[in-house]
Design a protein around this ligand. Sequence first.
Ligand SMILES: Nc1ncnc2c1ncn2[C@@H]1O[C@H](COP(=O)(O)OP(=O)(O)OP(=O)(O)O)[C@@H](O)[C@H]1O
Ligand SMILES: [Mg+2]
Length: 264
Amino acid sequence: MARKLVITSGKGGVGKTTICANLGSRLAHTKNKVCVLDVDIGLNNLDVVMGIEQNIVYDIIDCIEGRCRLKQALIQDKNEPYLYILPSTQSLHSSKITKNQIKSVVDELSSIFDYILIDCPAGIDLGFHRAVFSASEAIVVTTPHISAIKDASKVVDILSTYELFSYKLVINRARGDLMAGNEMLSVTDISNLFDIELIGVIPEDDNISLALNKGEAINPASLAGKAFVQLADNIRYNTNKIYNYQKDYRGILGYIKRKIKRNI
Ligand SMILES: Nc1ncnc2c1ncn2[C@@H]1O[C@H](COP(=O)(O)OP(=O)(O)OP(=O)(O)O)[C@@H](O)[C@H]1O
Ligand SMILES: [Mg+2]
């Protein structure tokens, strides 16, 4: 039986798809069989982030409507042989798809994989419920910005009405320099606003956009890459180790680094 994790946020554009793709890649790198599943139906882009959009023959809707078997729709990742993607569709008529139909796909995948990561659409309407209904665990993503924090809090309230085994927090786009200078809410401040466990902090990192342009996962040696390695370990071992991104920006040297970064 797979662990089924939905990556959700409420607010759009906070990094759900980025986290789904990179976390999937890291979990697969340690030889866990991982399927990333895009249920952002109609506005999907997990296929683009993972650079497989040219390889799509069948998608999740073809599976649901019986035009193919599930295994025919799965696409193996270019770099991680243990990672597979089940693509979504751009087709608008697919809004009729129900949460039970998505759940039956996820349940079938569950016998093949160790982890299923479900990329949830933004918002808290039908698409959100379709994605969460199939999951047994949730990762709530926020950025350090108030609007994202508010929406993530609403999502946490809604998740508490589901019978999920756990739901945990990831802070994305953290800026160690701004946090150290008290110009952005700190990781501790944000974490204290939530009742749920913090299991990851992903820093703002240009390498994410560079990797996205190549349709690849981020280099694990980069700053955000190391954060994804740690996040994957936290998920595998149920730990909550967080790298302190502010430490490089503390003290006199840190102050100088902050000033230089602001002026670039
Ligand atoms: N840590 C980061 N550092 C720099 N850029 C990032 C980071 N995380 C995400 N991004 C960028 O932010 C943009 C939005 O990310 P993404 O598409 O993953 O968000 P999303 O929550 O899935 O959006 P949507 O709600 O529209 O599905 C992308 O261009 C991505 O490259
Ligand atoms: Mg997305």
